[in-house]
Design a binder for this molecule. Structure first.
Ligand SMILES: Cc1cc2nc3c(=O)[nH]c(=O)nc-3n(C[C@H](O)[C@H](O)[C@H](O)COP(=O)(O)O)c2cc1C
Length: 199
């Protein structure tokens, strides 16, 4: 795209600053149960598809649940089936089973290893993380609440089996999208100056 003027560029920058700084983790229990149209979710997935990626492997894959409870009940069952009886906690099971009750959609994000061995796995995960961030930022721009989580069984081998992953593929997390009545304030604990060195 040809940038027509500095003024145009400046406006775009202000817009993206607003979106990035307004993206906040809003956990699914803070959502209000209001649904998002599947068409809007599709638009977010189209944004994901424009993430940078090395070698055009396009490693992001998504499993979309328009009814998050379908995923959450399976998640809770994975916990039950893969936890020794003396460690099993009914509260954890119930939390997992009901985690998405107030969300609109759950999207499981997977890194699907491409067939270019010269591309390191971390680059495929980085590209998939960029695709996920595109979804979160698009969701913010549309006024949706979003959450990216890896808790429960998400990173356990049982989830890989549930999702029929191949060797080299990785589960990147589950995204919950929905609506919320309140927006939490963002927190950063380490000053940017400690994270950046101008060489
Ligand atoms: C890869 C990844 C995994 C995460 N997993 C969890 C999680 O399992 N549980 C949780 O409470 N938050 C999780 N989060 C959300 C973070 O807690 C959240 O991003 C952090 O508190 C910063 O808040 P912000 O997103 O509003 O900037 C995860 C975030 C990322 C990027």
């Amino acid at each position: 795209m040809k940038i027509k003027s500095y003024r145009f560029m400046n406006t775009n920058f202000e817009i993206i600053v607003g979106i990035i700084k307004n993206r906040r983790t809003i956990k699914p229990f803070m959502m209000n149960g209001q649904k998002i149209d599947n068409e809007q979710i599709t638009k977010l997935l189209e944004l994901a598809d424009w993430a940078p990626n090395h070698g055009l492997t396009e490693p992001w894959r998504f499993v979309v649940y328009a009814n998050p409870s379908d995923f959450c009940s399976a998640h809770a069952e994975l916990y039950k089936q893969n936890t020794p009886a003396d460690e099993f906690a009914q509260g954890v099971y119930d939390n997992l089973a009901h985690q998405g009750d107030k969300a609109s959609h759950a999207i499981v994000a997977v890194m699907h290893r491409g067939n270019l061995p010269k591309i390191p796995a971390f680059e495929e995960m980085a590209a998939t993380a960029c695709a996920i961030e595109n979804i979160l930022l698009g969701a913010t721009a549309l006024g949706f609440a979003s959450y990216w989580g890896t808790g429960g069984m998400i990173l356990k081998p049982a989830m890989r089996t549930f999702l029929s992953l191949r060797d080299g593929d990785e589960v990147m997390g589950v995204l919950y999208l929905g609506h919320a009545d309140e927006q939490p304030t963002g927190v950063r604990r380490i000053p940017l100056s400690e994270k950046v060195k101008w060489a």
